[in-house]
Design a protein around this ligand. Structure first.
Ligand SMILES: *[C@@H]1O[C@H](CO)[C@@H](O)[C@H](O)[C@H]1NC(C)=O
Ligand SMILES: *[C@@H]1O[C@H](CO)[C@@H](O)[C@H](O)[C@H]1NC(C)=O
Ligand SMILES: *[C@@H]1O[C@H](CO)[C@@H](O)[C@H](O)[C@H]1NC(C)=O
Ligand SMILES: *[C@@H]1O[C@H](CO)[C@@H](O)[C@H](O)[C@H]1NC(C)=O
Ligand SMILES: *[C@@H]1O[C@H](CO)[C@@H](O)[C@H](O)[C@H]1NC(C)=O
Ligand SMILES: *[C@@H]1O[C@H](CO)[C@@H](O)[C@H](O)[C@H]1NC(C)=O
Ligand SMILES: *[C@@H]1O[C@H](CO)[C@@H](O)[C@H](O)[C@H]1NC(C)=O
Length: 314
């Protein structure tokens, strides 16, 4: 166990950087894995689709791949944290819980870590305004990391207290119950600043990050946000419709042609309709007239004998 107190950056830094490396590796590994899986997929269509539909489909597929990749990584990370938290594992750094030997009862018992919430600079730890975050309740309690001369926890105090003022604060870095949870809530602010890197003893050979370089991530972006984006600045996708079409090898091609009718077209249609109607009626009407006349004559012919039926018998 190190001689630094639980609030000291020097205690947790090593583990936190290991966690950061692990998060990067996990992101890179997951992306390459999912990309290989994605590229092994085949796009099946019963008919060759148009360029627009093809491109829209590709964009949708890429988007789906991205979201599932991100969701899977987050899910696994949360699962592992939850398992660690609920198993009550004791960090070797003594930050989330530790054994205490009580001389009065000559017995060991477990004490859980606690951290002051948000008021990093306050000098009066006994102020009633302090709120505490306890590692037994949640694993994401944090406190501003720095070089503290000394920090302590009295027998009755709930949280670790810094002996203030600290030698210096490491901007953006947080310490807490577990290196994983505090690293996710930290930002990489210090790594944009040479004088900050000097303060924490990072070699001159390491060039600081460039804060003015175009990036979707700000200086104050948390590691959690970086990780949720899998440390990816931009995703680029490209598709080749020509190659899709050639691979699809359609056997037949047909198209329909739609056009708005114009005035001349409408007039032609109307006239030809009238002409056609005239011809058809010219044939049909005489036939109809003949038929009706025939019907009338037949009716009259039938009526004649009843009239001639004379009751006088002549
Ligand atoms: C893929 O690229 C197209 C154009 O290049 C872009 O409009 C689309 O948003 C990109 N899709 C994804 C998921 O990045
Ligand atoms: C506690 O907070 C109240 C209101 O926010 C303030 O008036 C008071 O001075 C604070 N006490 C201490 C000891 O800081
Ligand atoms: C800490 O964890 C609790 C639940 O365990 C959650 O509600 C809260 O939002 C978390 N806080 C941060 C800063 O992640
Ligand atoms: C760089 O870090 C030093 C030491 O932490 C700090 O005093 C200074 O304000 C920082 N500069 C910028 C531009 O953030
Ligand atoms: C930081 O990025 C900006 C914009 O890309 C560039 O002009 C500048 O030279 C970079 N600075 C360093 C120190 O690399
Ligand atoms: C990060 O910095 C930008 C300005 O550089 C600011 O608008 C934003 O609110 C900050 N975000 C956080 C979470 O502090
Ligand atoms: C698409 O593929 C064809 C055939 O392989 C190739 O000739 C063409 O240059 C490619 N187009 C693009 C934009 O890559």
């Amino acid at each position: 166990m190190s001689g630094f107190s639980p609030l000291d950056f020097r205690l947790m830094a090593m583990s936190q950087f290991q966690i950061l490396t692990l998060l990067c590796q996990t992101a890179a590994w997951t992306i390459s894995n999912n990309l290989n899986q994605f590229l092994a997929q085949q796009m099946v269509t019963s008919q060759a689709v148009s360029r627009e539909v093809f491109e829209a489909q590709v964009v949708a597929l890429v988007e789906q791949m991205q979201t599932t990749t991100i969701a899977n990584v987050k899910y696994i990370d949360q699962l592992v944290s939850l398992i660690i938290f609920n198993s009550g594992l004791m960090s070797a750094l003594n930050t989330n819980s530790y054994f205490i030997y009580s001389t009065s009862s000559s017995n060991y018992y477990i004490t859980h870590g606690g951290y002051l919430v948000s008021n990093y600079i306050d000098t009066d730890p006994y102020s009633p305004n302090y709120t505490y975050c306890e590692c037994v309740v949640t694993s994401n309690c944090t406190y501003q990391a720095g070089y503290y001369r000394y920090s302590y926890r009295s027998f009755y105090a709930i949280a670790y207290m810094p002996y203030t003022p600290p030698m210096f604060i490491v901007p953006g870095m947080l310490v807490g119950c577990l290196p994983h949870d505090s690293m996710l809530q930290s930002t990489l602010e210090c790594f944009y600043n040479r004088s900050c890197l000097d303060l924490i003893g990072i070699s001159q050979a390491i060039t600081p990050l460039n804060a003015t370089a175009p990036s979707q991530f700000r200086v104050n972006t948390t590691v959690n946000t970086l990780f949720e984006q899998l440390f990816v600045e931009t995703w680029q996708n490209s598709s080749n419709f020509t190659r899709y079409y050639n691979a699809c090898h359609p056997e037949a091609c047909s198209y329909t042609y739609t056009q708005r009718g114009n005035f001349l077209y409408a007039m032609t249609m109307l006239l030809s309709l009238i002409g056609g109607l005239t011809t058809v009626l010219g044939i049909l009407v005489p036939l109809l007239v003949k038929f009706i006349c025939g019907l009338l004559i037949k009716c009259r012919g039938n009526a004649v004998p009843t009239i001639e039926n004379d009751p006088a018998g002549r």
